[in-house]
Design a protein around this ligand. Sequence first.
Ligand code: ATP
Ligand code: MG
Length: 572
Amino acid sequence: MRWSRYFLPTLREVPAEAEVISHQLMVRAGMIRKLAAGIYSYLPFGLRALKKVREIIREEMNRKGALEVYLPVVQPAEIWQESGRWQLYGKELLRFKDRHARDFCLGPTHEEVITDIVRKEVKSYRQLPLNLYQIQTKFRDEVRPRFGLMRGREFEMKDAYSFDKDEEGANKSYQDMYDAYCRIFERCDLNFRAVEADTGPIGGSYSHEFMVLADTGEDIVVGCDTCSYAANMEKAEVRRESIETQGVEMKELEKIYTPQVKTIQDLTTFLSAKPDQMVKTLIFQVDGRPVAALVRGDHEINPVKLKNLLGADVVEMADEETVRRITGAPIGFTGPVGLKGIEIIADFAVQGMVNFITGANEVDRHLKNVNLNRDFKVDRFADIRQAMEGDLCPRCETGRLKITRGIEVGHVFKLGTKYSKAMGATFLDADGKEKYIIMGCYGIGVGRTVAAAIEQNHDENGIIWPFPIAPFHVLILPVNMTDSRMVETAEKIYQELLAEGVEVLLDDRDERPGAKFKDADLIGIPLRITVGNLAVSEGKVEIKFRKTGEVEKVPVNEVTQRIKAILSAQLK
Ligand code: ATP
Ligand code: MG
């Protein structure tokens, strides 16, 4: 490809709206352009990277025997009503009507469509197992689309769905996809970790997320410093610490005047007490009914755990009015003592506390020396708090938890019979019995993977493409386009590399050398061949590795062989 004939608009300036580096670089390197919030066009250079990732995914899916299909983006409401998600999915599901006033949506995911196909076509255990996948556009009307391709509204996903006749088969399908994902992200040269995850609105019994580790990641990853335990913060378990409370004397309950003291921070200062001597009481609306959740003052509630514990669909913080109605006091003074007609759930850590401080359900008042059972009853104790740095690992004996950030690039779910039951996907087993098909589903964000790769591979000058997903492998840069010898040499190398099938871009623009070098670093092609004065005086060019900065001086007639050798080592 000749840059003069290519469409690669690079920018010097950092685009104002781009907060993270991958977004900035993708715009500056002419990969993407925004059409509307969370909706992007891929320009040729960006599309080449996307296609590389697609191809790696495709190869690994095919290797595991998954079969490629292509499903519709526009989906009728009926199948979503059958699965129950027409109600549950919320505003992320973009709904609209056709000219006959029938309800449709843009597919945010394809469990319904694929289950509909399989229930109609698969009748016998002989047709199972089956794994169908596609690489296609999804639409989710995200509340906060941001970070470019990282959290778009329209985005490309590889989604796969497995169908099995029994648990054993379903577990194997899950493991196959887990292994395929590991290979995919390894082949993309990403530093990633597979972590235990919550199943969210997709549902099902268990799942893992594939996290690319990066400081700008939106997800919090909790990992043990000793064993292999790792989980998304939403899911991360907390080990119950045994605290000896027997023999500690219960002091007399006391109401204290605490004007304008509403937060744990305020209380800490006002009472010179430590947060772990306090209990926070939070009122939630759980599928429309209020629930009180108690955690120690230095802990944070984990709403996902609460939601799973209660088997609820929607868990939200109660608004000021509801809190006043239930507690008789404004937010900031809520406590468990005297709360009526509301379920009280407390975190395990609260179980080990005595003589603690809580709100008094009265404006500007708190209670001191509150004690479990004597002053109030808890309906159930459970693990409902966020894990913290330094917590004991829930799996091994000695490890402590560490907290890092990650970008979720892939997600595998074991769905079980959730969709096959809801939509009647059954088969006849060898014993002649009708059974539900056991499903799994597996997603990878293609654009997000490209963004994550840049997030992990860049420097202050631009992108540093890992070889396997680089839009081109070689950039030829003739320093001066008015020097015919440089131009001829560059042209000769270009033709030779093309003939060898090398993916090469020739910067034949009549630009200042400084601008060309800057652009070369910005777009980050792994190998740069500089054709400059040395080519004229000594018949040599420079091969520079974008990643290490290493430079080799190579005679013009050996360049092609050298490039081929480097590429075959890098792309094995
Ligand atoms: P998130 O928690 O980031 O919203 P999710 O759990 O809703 O993602 P899944 O339903 O598991 O996402 O989708 C599978 C994959 O699709 C994700 O692992 C991610 O790589 C990608 N993906 C999901 N939402 C987006 C988005 N808004 N923009 C780009 N990629 C996305
Ligand atoms: Mg997910």
